[in-house]
Design a protein around this ligand. Structure first.
Ligand SMILES: [Cu+2]
Length: 376
């Protein structure tokens, strides 16, 4: 029955619909900034604090379904990626900006994809408005109301959601406060360099002999992969798409005195970054910049489906391993990166007082004469 109340609701809805286009017209007066994305661990050029008025920041990403080698034994998967990399590129905007993404799914792809931005509000994070078949593209705009680092990922529905995410289809966006980052007392914090590390769990099926299997297409790999996924034990846990993507000659470079912001995302599974021989001077463990950073952390916890940020000033030169401090995952499954830090060693912070040498007879190592068990 069409009641008076219903009529009022309808009138209110049409009034809302009528006002909607006006909102879009307001945005047309805002500055528009086109940004070219770069592959992780690097991040496109950006201002840390900005005096610019809220702007429409335009990004474009292309979905690439591609075969990727994920370890040093040549194990291959049919990856699904934003812009060809695992993780997808880091986007940077400022709080109050509008993020406008053109998402392209080329006709050469085989699957439907979309994007769910954890930083956006409504419509499944944009997932409900961005589902595109091969040969289609879509443009989504959302307002960056919350400051922080946030995951984005593909979420095409049902079991496709975890499958696409663990096939590599995730990344992160950093929404900076307009006046930049602040320490625990509210003083400005500026980094010299920012790196983006995306941690990824892969679930590669094995044959009867225990060897990793290969498949003709992503679709062919799906039933076996789903079986491995359901056991929840990854075969690979890697940084930036493969074992050793960020070690050796691919190590992240820094200098003594350099202030580095390390952004770490995991779209699916919990992890616990740790910088061996260093710390998190300031850590936004949950990644949200309206909260005060924690100080002096040894290890920080990144919940699956989130990103965190750690700010550190390197104080000693050398090779630092940056790991998931589930050390089995770091060493056996691949979750290790390296920072190569140049500069001068500080003896005050650490010095080898005596190099390894034969034990001298008569040295009573470890004996605390007369003080054992007493607190003084
Ligand atoms: Cu997808």
């Amino acid at each position: 029955m069409f009641t008076r109340r219903n009529m009022l609701v309808c009138a209110a809805v049409s009034a809302l619909l009528m006002t909607a286009p006006a909102l879009a017209e307001d945005l047309s007066s805002l500055p528009r900034v086109k940004v070219d994305l770069v592959a992780p661990p690097f991040i496109h050029a950006h201002e840390q604090a900005t005096k610019a008025p809220p702007s429409v920041i335009q990004f474009k990403m292309t979905v690439e379904e591609k075969e990727l080698v994920i370890d040093n034994d040549g194990t291959k998967i049919h990856a699904m990626t934003f812009n060809g990399s695992v993780p997808g590129p880091m986007m940077v905007a400022h709080q109050g900006d509008y993020v406008e993404l053109t998402l392209v799914n080329p006709g050469t792809n085989t699957l439907a994809h979309n994007i769910d931005f954890h930083s956006s509000t409504g419509a499944l994070g944009g997932g409900a408005l961005t589902l595109i078949n091969p040969g289609e593209q879509v443009v989504l705009r959302w307002k960056a109301t919350r400051a922080g680092v946030f995951v984005y990922h593909c979420a095409p529905g049902g079991p496709m959601i975890p499958w696409h995410v663990v096939s590599g289809m995730n990344g992160a966006i950093m929404v900076l406060p307009r006046d930049g980052l602040k320490d625990d007392t509210g003083k400005p914090l500026r980094y010299d360099t920012a790196f983006y590390i995306g941690e990824q769990d892969f679930y590669v099926p094995r044959d009867e002999k225990g060897k990793f299997k290969t498949y003709a297409s992503a679709g062919d790999s799906y039933p076996d992969t789903l079986e491995v996924m359901r056991k929840l034990i990854p075969t690979h846990e890697v940084f930036n798409g493969r074992v050793d993507a960020l070690t050796g000659k691919n190590a992240l470079q820094a200098k003594v005195g350099e202030k580095v912001l390390i952004i770490h995302s995991q779209a699916n599974r919990d992890t616990r970054p740790h910088l061996i021989g260093g710390h998190g001077d300031y850590v936004w463990e949950t990644g949200k910049f309206s909260n005060r950073p924690e100080k002096d952390l040894e290890t920080w916890f990144i919940r699956g489906g989130s990103a965190g940020a750690a700010f550190y000033t390197f104080r000693q030169p050398g090779i630092y391993a940056y790991v998931n401090h589930n050390l089995i995952e770091a060493v056996e499954l691949g979750a290790t990166a390296h920072f190569k830090v140049d500069g001068k060693w500080d003896d005050d912070l650490m010095k080898q007082v005596q190099p390894p040498s034969p034990i001298k007879p008569g040295d009573k190592l470890g004996a605390l004469q007369g003080t054992q068990g007493r607190i003084q």
